[in-house]
Design a protein around this ligand. Sequence first.
Ligand SMILES: CC(C)(COP(=O)(O)OP(=O)(O)OC[C@H]1O[C@@H](n2cnc3c(N)ncnc32)[C@H](O)[C@@H]1OP(=O)(O)O)[C@@H](O)C(=O)NCCC(=O)NCCS
Length: 137
Amino acid sequence: MGQTDMEAVVAIEALNSKSPWSENQFHQCIQWTQVMVLKNTVVGFAVVVEVVDQTELQNISLHPDHVGVGLGSEFLDTVIERLPAQINQIYLEVRVSNFSAIRLYSKAGFAEIGQRRGYYATEYGREDALLMSRSLC
Ligand SMILES: CC(C)(COP(=O)(O)OP(=O)(O)OC[C@H]1O[C@@H](n2cnc3c(N)ncnc32)[C@H](O)[C@@H]1OP(=O)(O)O)[C@@H](O)C(=O)NCCC(=O)NCCS
């Protein structure tokens, strides 16, 4: 991701997230953010933060015009393929109600390793997070 991608990334985040990241948050993560580009247009992004030999997928999001046709799976596979060789485990958190994301991650080989009770805010109270992980060894 470069600075020129910022506007598109912030717009996709605003369309998709119930508590969207600010532009400043993306600035702080710019080195960890990859974009998916189709016909010169940014259609998605993923934020993957590396710490020594582990990594956390903090966010992955596609423009609503491009969901449900396999691009999420393709993008996630590419992001994982590009991780440095020393990374041996990848973690993420996802809302228990986010069925498309849970399906995406399960298909990509992630398994549930725990839950965080009331981790996310919703309009109706709090919502649990699933913790998922995949070994890359
Ligand atoms: C999550 C997201 C990236 C998935 O991308 P996508 O391109 O729609 O995913 P794919 O088309 O590759 O589909 C992956 C799997 O999820 C399934 N899926 C897609 N949308 C679904 C839905 N609404 N409900 C249930 N399953 C769904 C697909 O059928 C596919 O499984 P299958 O191959 O067994 O049929 C995309 O929906 C998105 O950007 N969502 C909003 C942001 C978000 O929630 N990000 C995750 C934060 S943790």
